[in-house]
Design a protein around this ligand. Structure first.
Ligand code: GAL
Length: 657
């Protein structure tokens, strides 16, 4: 499904039909409306005007276009802000927001939530059975937490509910340190500076729960009034990797997840954004919707450069390859005034298509052509990377080296895994892992006894678990695990970390996976049982590491647990990955392709569909292992030639219908 954000309230109604006709012509099947339209939907308190929205939905339907309604709560109207200043957000520095921007509300304000509920109730009652409304988007891009007194009070109550007694909290946070011991709940600060690590981790969990509550407030209303056929989603922004709160938890309450893969400055990195799609898909283990994509360029980057001709279409197909069932653009046409005049659009200020329109319309026609073959299919992987918000936060609170970037570390494993296996899942460590032959855990620093048991069970039942550096250093309170790393997994591993080192200079390493260097971070390991094997050793470096184990492995039950104590250079990481894939019996990549060519595979309903994309600078010829149906070009083929940004959609087993 191809779609676009459309703001009918910003345009004379006489213009709507021309826009919708252009959408229909371009293959657009969906509009996303309403998410900033509160002042048009409730011009004054309690006076609702929903008629224009009903007319807009009908006008779209007349062009074969369905609607996703966004609840307008990301942009409260001026009457609300001025009448209820207690709903305004307060920044960490104490500054209260004003009107004129969006997101000026406090997510925990009871009054704001009440006003949201009343607004959403009107919409849900009116459109909850409208046949042309297919989904609801709650709010838009939950972003800012608030440091107002109401939020602070809720934080204290949240801690009280979690710990029961101050004694417990003082113990788990070890507040004797720097005289932090608390004797009343309201003494506990709410700030995100260099605070107690236990407090910082709990604060992130509190923020997650507050957003979850903010969402539930609207979700309950929608569930009450709208048909289950109308799916409930939200639009998670912030470039996917954002970690202001735990997005997996937020996703868990919805019917389908939506997100925004913006590029901003630069060009499309198919692996980094592809990995983000995999992360998003992993939150619910389900296909997802791309609710916003930039039509060429944005207006907020350092340099808001345009993607090259052809790059946007390739980005659309990359999203589909990773599990998107909808790609929607932001936005259709720039408001003549308002904050985002410069942003990429489909239609210019004059109401005529801009150059990008044709490229997106081409993809729209392609989506229509192959939609039936792709429907009901999803990516499937035998390999997973574990992604854990607690661990990312814990490392971000104290990095020890500014050379460590959690997403870069995850990507250093993802790139070779994706090249070699062509399908990778990114999932929460608590999920069931039995479907995977290989599980890689980069930087899984927060390791509770329960998580250690879950991972050990996976290994004993035949899984291959690879822990990266920094694993298992902390418990669930972000306190140091007294066993040293990997904490409660030391016994299963039959070894441990003797000491960690933040590296300024690379250290040589050599062993079973080849030769190369350890970079950024290196841990000196030791084995504690005779059956634990040293796989890699450091060469001469800082003296402490010289000759010491850099990676160890041990078979337990029917599986293997491996600890790689350093970040290796890209070549060595690739060699390590190849070795691990082979050892764990992961099926080899189904298509052999040159570097810079991406293969995505969606499986379902007895069909396998390959989406092959050329992101290299030159034409590439790809020989297929057997004849496949070329769904875009038509006919059978055993060889495809793709220009730069070229796309082939190939199917086996009945994909032709
Ligand atoms: C998104 C937001 C949209 C629009 C867009 C511009 O983050 O959801 O409303 O502002 O950015 O790139």
């Amino acid at each position: 499904m191809l779609g676009s954000a459309w703001y009918p309230e910003q345009w004379p109604e006489t213009r709507w039909d021309a826009d919708l006709a252009l959408m229909q012509q371009g293959g657009f099947k969906m509009v996303r409306i309403g998410e900033f339209a509160w002042s048009s939907l409730e011009p004054s308190e309690g006076k609702f005007d929903l008629d224009w929205m009903e007319r807009a939905i009908s006008a779209a339907a007349a062009h074969g276009i369905v609607t996703i309604i966004g609840t307008p709560t990301d942009a409260p109207p001026a009457w609300l802000t001025s009448k209820y200043p207690e709903t305004l957000r307060v920044a960490e520095g104490g500054q209260r927001m004003e009107h004129g921007m969006r997101r000026q509300f406090s997510y925990s304000s009871a009054k704001y939530r009440e006003l949201c509920r009343l607004m959403v109730e009107q919409l849900a009652k009116r459109f909850g059975h409208n046949p042309n409304v297919i989904a609801w988007q709650i709010d838009n891009e939950y972003t800012e937490d608030s440091f107002d007194d109401e939020s602070r009070g809720l934080w204290h109550r949240w801690l009280e509910a979690k710990y029961g007694s101050l004694g417990q909290l003082n113990q788990q946070w070890m507040t004797a340190y720097w005289s932090q011991t608390y004797s009343a709940w309201d003494q506990i600060p709410m700030n995100t500076g260099r605070n107690n690590p236990g407090l910082l981790l709990d604060y992130k969990r509190f923020v997650t729960d507050e957003w979850r509550g903010f969402q539930k407030n609207q979700l309950d209303v929608l569930r009450r009034y709208v048909e289950p056929r109308q799916l409930i989603t939200t639009n998670l922004g912030g470039l996917g990797w954002a970690n202001r709160f735990n997005r997996r938890v937020i996703a868990g309450d919805l019917d389908i997840i939506g997100w925004d893969p913006y590029v901003g400055q630069g060009h499309f990195d198919y692996q980094r954004i592809g990995a983000t799609h995999d992360l998003v898909r992993g939150w619910r283990r389900q296909n997802f919707w791309v609710l916003e994509m930039q039509p060429g360029f944005v207006d907020w980057a350092g340099v808001s450069n345009s993607l090259n001709k052809g790059e946007t279409r390739a980005m659309m197909w990359n999203a589909v390859g990773h599990g998107a069932d909808c790609v929607s653009f932001w936005q259709w046409r720039a408001g003549l005034n308002g904050q985002e005049q410069y942003h990429g659009v489909l239609v210019g200020a004059d109401g005529q298509p801009v150059p990008m329109y044709d490229e997106i319309a081409q993809a729209g026609a392609e989506f229509a052509k192959v939609g039936a073959a792709i429907a009901g299919t999803s990516p499937e992987a035998q390999v997973a990377i574990l992604h854990d918000y607690d661990s990312r936060w814990s490392i971000d609170f104290h990095k020890q080296t500014n050379r460590w970037d959690n997403v870069d570390v995850l990507m250093s494993y993802y790139r070779p895994l994706h090249d070699l296996a062509q399908s990778v899942d990114i999932v929460d460590p608590t999920f069931s892992l039995d479907r995977y032959k290989l599980v890689v855990a980069p930087g899984l620093i927060v390791m509770s006894p329960e998580l250690a048991k879950h991972l050990t069970d996976y290994v004993e039942q035949g899984g291959h678990l690879v822990l990266g550096p920094r694993s298992g250093m902390m418990n669930e309170f972000n306190a140091l695990n007294p066993e040293r790393q990997p904490g409660p997994l030391v016994a299963a591993l039959g070894g441990r970390v003797e000491q960690f080192y933040a590296l300024l200079e690379d250290a040589p390493v050599a062993g079973k996976w080849g030769n190369g260097s350890a970079t950024i971070w290196a841990e000196r390991l030791s084995t504690k049982t005779a059956d634990a094997e040293v796989v890699m050793r450091y060469g001469k470096s800082n003296g402490w590491l010289d000759g010491e184990p850099a990676a160890i492995t041990r078979k337990i039950g029917r599986g293997t647990i491996t600890y790689a104590g350093a970040l290796f250079d890209a070549r060595l990481t690739r060699a390590m990955t190849a070795s691990l894939l082979e050892a764990s019996g992961v099926a080899p990549a189904p298509l052999a392709v040159p570097e810079g060519v991406e293969v995505c595979r969606r499986i379902g309903g007895g069909r396998t569909v390959f989406i092959v994309l050329n992101f290299s600078n030159a034409d590439q010829a790809i020989a297929l292992p057997r004849a496949m149906r070329d769904l875009l070009a038509g006919g059978e083929t055993s060889r495809v030639v793709l220009p730069r940004y070229g796309v082939a959609v190939l199917s086996e087993n009945g994909g032709a219908q």
